[in-house]
Design a protein around this ligand. Structure first.
Ligand code: HEM
Length: 511
């Protein structure tokens, strides 16, 4: 028995390292399991049933209950919802490289010729190349300025059309007019010609762009529920719809490209198709060609999806907000009218001086960001937000809408109050994470300048040329400000805005 005494004495010393090792392993295991909080989920569906008709709003409610970093399950897809400026900074700045890819989505993949575009393409060498070309050749300030005449001509034509309606004192569908204008501007900028003279009429074009946004912006049932979802896709016609939209867009793009390649074509001004065909030609001459017609078509798709709705929604919401607050509308009109004087139109050279108008646009983008959840990202490697583990292949959605309405960053956040920006340095260029209408980081919107200049010139002219009244019997409070998440990626006003225009400039000139 004597030999046991030293063993009993030494045993704790022998076991201690083992115990410590075991404890450490458990800690690491626990640490790795530290996931963001999740609301209870249903089998198979996960949290899909909690999304509702306005996902940004339902997700905002959930984040109020569970916190600003939330883990949900959409079918088989893990999704992290980010609803605070601090957490958005962690994603879009600190860990931007880990989460700047996009998830594969069958609809977007088909419409973008297997991810040859910028917006839906996964992060990698190809995306860097195509984004670089687009930033330098399509979205640069110089290129956007070269299309100033398109914007000004189209705005002038819209003002004439509103002016004709104004003689009857009947309400005008402002929403329709605004969408028609941004559509015409993007169509002419990309293709060098307007709807007039093309077999594409406006209505057909919008339908196509909206159908494209709907199929590109959402997962198919098969992606949520692999193996069985395809049955749902069959029943709801998703696959056929993707094929139809692809075919219609491809036919349009091919016709325009063929037209541009016709020998002896007279070119008044380079449009985006000319620019892209020029790059293709240069590459062939330099002997390192990789850009094909499909690449060009994929980029055109991004222009239509990114450029038509976003600026139109901004101006539509701005007009709706200003119509609810006639005092602010008057203030914006006084500014525009004092700067543009009796010229008859606001031109882009006036825009820099329109300080209040720019605040109106900012305030509109805070309350009504056209992409309330930005565009979904997919993580590529493991990282942490607020101490929570985020694993690769997780979807990240930043709720810019919720952040823009959070009282932690904004006083009286639900109030439309452009003056809040007077002495503020906060802007939307991606450095202020409480205000993210254009996103931020590597995937931030490259069309920011094009989008803002289009919104500003249109809004400025609507305010300059007309006084706007509500239809008979309607009060400011009756304006319906309900939202509709119709096209998946963007957030519209549920009902069109109807206003009665009274021509201002004409009246002033005759005074
Ligand atoms: C008011 C106008 C606009 C708004 C509010 C807006 C908003 C956005 C947002 C939120 C994103 C996602 C950013 C992210 O993931 O961090 C985005 C990306 C993008 N936008 Fe815009 N956009 C506007 C105008 C435009 C215009 C005019 C175009 C082109 C004609 C455009 C083309 C794109 C493209 C190609 C991307 C994808 C970038 C990438 O994934 O690398 N946008 N935009």
């Amino acid at each position: 028995m004597g030999f046991l005494t030293p063993l009993i004495f030494w045993l704790p010393f022998l076991l201690l390292p083992l115990l410590l090792l075991f404890k450490r392993k458990n800690q690491v295991k626990k640490e790795l399991k530290r996931l963001p909080p999740s609301p209870p989920k249903l089998p198979i569906l996960g949290n899909l049933h909690q999304l509702g008709a306005l996902p940004h709003s339902s997700l905002c409610q959930l984040s109020r209950k569970y916190g600003p970093v939330l883990l949900l399950q959409f079918g088989r897809i893990p999704v992290v919802i980010v609803s605070s400026a601090e957490a958005a900074r962690e994603v879009l700045k600190v860990n931007d490289l880990a989460c700047c890819s996009r998830p594969p989505m069958a609809g977007a993949g088909k419409l973008s010729y297997n991810y040859l575009d910028v917006a839906f393409s996964p992060y990698g060498e190809y995306w860097r190349e195509i984004r670089k070309i687009c930033v330098l050749e399509i979205f640069s300030v110089k290129r956007v300025k070269s299309f100033r005449f398109v914007r000004e001509e189209e705005v002038a034509s819209l003002m004439n059309s509103v002016s004709q309606s104004s003689s009857s004192a009947a309400p005008v569908n402002v929403t329709e007019k605004i969408f028609s204008l941004t559509g015409s501007i993007i169509f002419r900028t990309a293709f060098g010609k307007s709807f007039q003279g093309s077999e594409f009429n406006r209505a057909k074009f919008y339908e196509l762009v909206h159908d494209a946004a709907t199929v590109a912006g959402r997962f198919s049932a098969d992606e949520y529920f692999p193996g069985v979802g395809w049955i749902l896709d069959r029943i709801n016609g998703h696959k056929q719809r993707v094929e139809r939209v692809f075919h219609e867009l491809d036919t349009l793009f091919q016709e325009v490209i063929d037209d541009h390649l016709k020998p002896g074509r007279t070119k008044v001004q380079e449009d985006i198709v000319d620019v892209m065909l020029g790059i293709e030609k240069e590459q062939i001459e330099d002997g390192h060609a990789w850009l094909t017609k499909n690449h060009i078509k994929a980029v055109l798709l991004n222009m239509f999806l990114g450029g038509v709705d976003t600026s139109a929604l901004t101006v539509n919401w701005a007009m709706a907000e200003l119509s609810r607050k006639p005092r602010l509308m008057k203030k914006a009109q006084n500014e525009v009218r004092s700067i543009a004087g009796k010229k008859g139109r606001v031109t882009e050279t006036d825009l820099d001086q329109l300080r209040y108008l720019k605040m109106v646009v900012k305030e509109t983008l805070r309350l009504h960001p056209p992409g309330p959840l930005l565009i979904a990202r997919e993580t590529m490697s493991h990282f942490k937000i607020n101490g929570y583990n985020i694993y690769p292949k997780t979807l990240i959605q930043i709720n810019a809408w919720a952040i823009g309405r959070n009282p932690k960053y904004w006083e009286n956040p639900e109030e439309f109050f452009p003056e809040r920006f007077i002495d503020s340095t906060v802007d939307f260029k991606g450095q202020h994470f409480e205000f993210l209408p254009f996103g931020a980081g590597r995937r931030g919107c490259p069309g920011l300048y094009m989008g803002t200049v289009t919104s500003e010139i249109l809004l400025a002219n609507l305010l300059y040329c007309f006084d706007w009244k509500l239809p008979d019997g309607m009060k400011e409070a009756d304006i319906n400000m309900e939202e509709s998440a119709g096209h998946c990626l963007t957030l519209s006003k549920k009902t069109p805005l109807l206003l009665v225009p009274k021509q201002y400039f004409h009246d002033q000139a005759s005074e």
